[in-house]
Design a protein around this ligand. Sequence first.
Ligand SMILES: Nc1ncnc2c1ncn2[C@@H]1O[C@H](COP(=O)(O)OP(=O)(O)OP(=O)(O)O)[C@@H](O)[C@H]1O
Ligand SMILES: [Mg+2]
Length: 157
Amino acid sequence: MSPERRHLTLQSPDETASLAQRIAPVLRPGDTILLSGGIGAGKTHFARALIQKRLAVPEDVPSPTFTLVQTYETGTGEIWHADLYRLDGPHSIDELGLTEAFDTAICLVEWPDRLGDLAPEQALFVAFESGPVDEARSLEFTWTDPRWTSRIEGIMS
Ligand SMILES: Nc1ncnc2c1ncn2[C@@H]1O[C@H](COP(=O)(O)OP(=O)(O)OP(=O)(O)O)[C@@H](O)[C@H]1O
Ligand SMILES: [Mg+2]
């Protein structure tokens, strides 16, 4: 199946957070969002706003830079937030429990290129690019699983 693609430009951190807050309520356990883009592109900013929107009780959402994975219990299942930048090799993905979490939790993964073949086919891929001005971010959404089509169209309309 050929991938679907949508493009969006965000002018500020608040616009990125607001988009993440619109996506948060349509996610279900078994959904994965792969967040790619360079250092400082806005992946954690997006993930933090999304997670906070789903938390019943507010809590801090630190970057998983060193822990690799942070998990959150919500009334509607677990959210896993991963940053795989410092991952040592493909074995660790299984050791972290991510392979199983892809089926049972909502997963948000930064630096998803580290997953190699283990990236779930059902995932929504979001690529962040900085510019042309300081606070602007260009986002490209790509997916093949039809579960995303109406959801993404609803969010963008
Ligand atoms: N439109 C925007 N969307 C998101 N973040 C923005 C935007 N404009 C500026 N920023 C700033 O860019 C920074 C993004 O940092 P963030 O930690 O989210 O990056 P990251 O992609 O997770 O990087 P890393 O790969 O190091 O984890 C924040 O300081 C944020 O305020
Ligand atoms: Mg980050």
